[in-house]
Design a protein around this ligand. Structure first.
Ligand code: ADP
Length: 741
């Protein structure tokens, strides 16, 4: 920023400098030219014109004519008169040093100076001035080059051709010796840049006046070009600026050469002031801006420094780091963004420490390996499981701990690399003490942003216990299977074999009953022959007790037979192989209802059957299930109201649910679990039954992979529901498979 300020102010200063210098130079030129004009004007009017006028006046004065025309005797008087006139003129202009009249031969005839009349006359016939005047024309003025005397006074003489009116020829010349002191004084008063940088030269180059101050001393002589210079000439030279001009009394030969030489130092004096001002302003603004920049930088950098520090804390994992300082504008926005980022990071990023904690507290064994299968890290659980310290395993190949299955074609590492991951497969870990530990192994390939493989993360769960339990369970299951088979056989054998003695009891009881009926007429015939006491004892035995006992035996046997039949049926059902086929439940239900048509009609039962689907099931089993449920529904209707029977089916995910609903007498809630038990009957026993139906139904439903349950309310009705998996899942017998198709 400071650099920019310096650059801008420097450029501005340079531009101002150049611009100001140019305008200053222009102004200076104009100024000097103006001064030149004024000097020229002064010279022309104050000096030349007055000199010319006076010369003309002096030469045309009648007293001078009289002098010329006077005789020898009168000449002295006439001379006096001219002298008086000359003296008056001398007083009139302070610069006139002397006025003289030079006769035809070039000898002074009359002369006055500041002291009065002069009696020593010079012979000026040899002077070029006189020569020039003499060879000139009447009224012509000639000027002699100025001379400088020992006292530093500058004089020049100017004379005018005087015609002798008697002869009409050259009669002499009036010559004024002019002291340039006043002109020089006038020049001394002129100020340019507070100095007087004026030079005055005679035509032969003698210095008449030069600047007295050294500062303004810049000798223009080397630059002055020979020849006349009527108009001011401005020359820019190395040392500064130079303007010069010749001053003329009469055209043709210059009297003086005026020069103004301004050294660069002077020329740039004002410029330097401007420059100094600019430098001062630039410096001042630089200072102000520096101070501002410093405080601004401080103001801005303090929060930025704090953000920087907070960022390095954050980078080290301290995610709770926040910037406390408040600021304004964009910096505050930056602080807010930083703090927000920290919060987000804290929420979303898991710190290394946190990560390490997770890894070390994992109960599963974790092994991280390089793509080449070299272990780079293990956690505590792995260390514990494998009986190695982390340092011992790091750098070792994975094959050190993973025991490949005998005959395995690809290694676990290759499988993971090929498939990118491996999920919950059983593997064997080999410990330091060469124990084989079954593990549930999962692995995944870690990739970086460029999708290059960084490593492999393996997680293993020790399943030794599970394996043991599984083995135990398998053993139990096998035992159970065996027991079950035995039980089934037992039930079958019992029921089957028990029937034989039962048939005997039943047969012989009937035989006894028939025999009793046969001997009864004979007994009645001989009864009166018995004594009264015998008759009273025997008669009730034969007519009442024995027939009654026989009736009991027969009813018990019959009941026993029913029970055995039921057990046999159940046992057969369990042993029967289910055969799947497509069954129209609608037709099946209609057949059952038809077979119950008499009861349904006589008891005014209202039957409603919803749309029934076709299912794949064992048809006979399904008939038994629906038969029992519909039979029960009809059987346990309430005689006090018209019966209602409703059958419906609902398709559920992977199964069909059938509902058989009635408005019968209902089952008490506590009895519901009992009704599916073998030989269990609940409620009033006013309807015949063995309590086997629902046990049978339950077995058939279970064998087909379904479930059965009951919802009921006393006095309102009962709904039996059962499911059939669709498609079928278990326990079915596939004859075609047995046939090897
Ligand atoms: P059973 O009908 O031969 O007694 P089940 O095993 O078929 O034997 O039924 C067991 C008991 O469940 C029955 O004794 C009866 O009390 C009750 N029960 C079964 N179905 C119904 C029903 N639809 N309404 C009321 N009670 C029922």
């Amino acid at each position: 920023m400071l650099g920019v300020v310096v650059l801008v102010s420097g450029t501005l200063t340079a531009v101002f400098y150049v611009y100001s210098r140019q305008s200053l130079e222009k102004q200076t030129k104009e100024n000097i030219l103006q001064q030149f004009d004024m000097i020229g004007y002064h010279f022309r009017y104050e000096l030349r014109n007055s000199l010319v006028n006076n010369l003309q006046l002096l030469s045309s004065n009648p007293s001078l004519d009289e002098f010329l025309m006077s005789s020898e005797i009168e000449r002295e008087i006439a001379a006096r008169s001219v002298e008086r006139f000359f003296l008056e003129s001398l007083k009139f202009d302070g610069s006139y040093e002397s006025i003289s009249f030079i006769g035809q031969e070039g000898v002074e005839a009359i002369k006055v100076d500041r002291s009065g009349r002069v009696r020593s006359y010079r012979n000026l016939s040899n002077r070029p001035l006189f020569d020039r005047i003499k060879r000139g024309s009447p009224g012509r003025i000639d000027v002699e080059n100025p001379t400088v005397d020992a006292g530093g006074n500058v004089f020049f003489s100017a004379g005018i051709f005087k015609t002798d009116s008697d002869i009409g020829k050259f009669g002499g010349a009036v010559v004024i010796t002019y002291n340039l002191k006043r002109f020089v004084e006038y020049l001394d008063r002129i100020r340019i840049f507070d100095e007087n940088p004026l030079w005055l030269f005679t035509p032969d180059g003698t210095v008449v006046k030069k600047p007295d101050n050294r500062r303004a001393l810049f000798d223009p002589r080397p630059y002055l070009v020979p020849g006349h210079q009527k108009e001011p000439l401005l020359v820019m030279v190395d040392g500064g600026m130079l303007i010069y001009q010749d001053l003329y009394i009469n055209a043709g030969s210059p009297l003086l050469r005026l020069a103004v030489s301004i050294p660069s130092s002077l020329l740039l004096k004002d410029m330097q002031k401007v420059l100094q001002f600019f430098l001062f302003v630039a410096l001042f603004s630089l200072l102000v801006i520096s101070a501002l920049a410093y405080s601004l930088a401080g103001y801005l950098s303090r929060p930025l420094t704090e953000i920087d520090q907070a960022a390095s804390h954050l980078a080290k994992g301290d995610l709770s780091t926040r910037v406390q300082r408040t600021s304004s504008g964009e910096v505050q926005l930056l602080i807010n963004s930083f703090n927000r980022m920290g919060e987000e990071l804290e929420k979303t990023t898991v710190s290394k420490e946190y990560m390490d904690n997770i890894i070390s507290s994992m109960r599963d064994a974790l092994v991280v390996a390089s793509p080449a299968g070299i272990i780079s890290r293990i956690n505590m659980a792995a260390s514990f499981l494998l009986e190695y310290g982390e340092a011992e395993l790091v750098g070792q190949p994975l094959s050190r701990v993973i025991q490949e299955a005998p005959g395995a074609v690809t290694t676990t590492l290759d499988t993971v690399l090929q498939n990118n991951s491996l999920s919950t497969v059983e593997k064997t870990f080999r410990t330091r003490s060469d124990r084989k530990i079954p593990v549930l192994f999962s692995a995944s390939v870690m990739r970086d942003k460029e999708n290059r493989i960084q490593g492999i993360v393996c997680v293993a769960q020790d399943i030794t216990l599970r394996k043991r339990t599984e083995a135990k369970l398998r053993a139990y299951s096998d035992d159970l299977q065996e027991i079950n088979e035995e039980l089934k056989n037992f039930a079958y054998i019992i029921s089957h074999d028990m029937r034989a003695p039962l048939v005997n009891i039943k047969g012989f009881s009937e035989e006894l009953s028939r025999s009793l009926q046969e001997i009864n007429p004979c007994f009645q015939k001989h009864l009166p022959m018995l004594e009264a006491a015998e008759r009273e004892t025997i008669a009730p035995i034969l007519t009442k007790d024995v027939p009654e006992a026989l009736a009991f035996i027969m009813s018990s046997v019959s009941r026993m037979d029913n029970l055995i039949n039921a057990v046999l049926r159940l046992s057969r059902a369990g042993r029967r192989k289910l055969i799947p086929e497509t069954v129209s439940v609608h037709d099946l239900v209609q057949n059952i209802l038809r077979s119950l048509g008499h009861q349904i009609g006589s008891r005014h039962i209202c039957v409603a059957v919803d749309v029934m689907p076709d299912v794949v099931a064992d048809k006979m089993a399904l008939e038994q299930v629906f038969g029992n449920l519909i039979d029960n529904a009809v059987k346990y209707l309430d005689p006090g109201r018209n019966g209602e029977l409703n059958l419906s089916a609902v398709r559920n995910e992977g199964e069909i649910i059938f509902h058989v609903r009635d408005n019968g007498r209902g089952i008490a809630q506590e009895d519901i679990p009992k009704i599916f038990e073998i030989f269990r009957r609940v409620g009033r026993q006013d309807v015949p039954g063995e309590g086997m139906g629902l046990a049978y139904v339950k077995t058939l439903v279970r064998l087909q992979g379904g479930r059965i349950w009951c919802e009921s309310e006393i006095g309102r009705g009962t709904t039996f529901s059962f499911t059939l998996p669709q498609p079928i899942r278990t326990n079915y017998h596939h004859p075609e498979r047995e046939d090897g198709v």
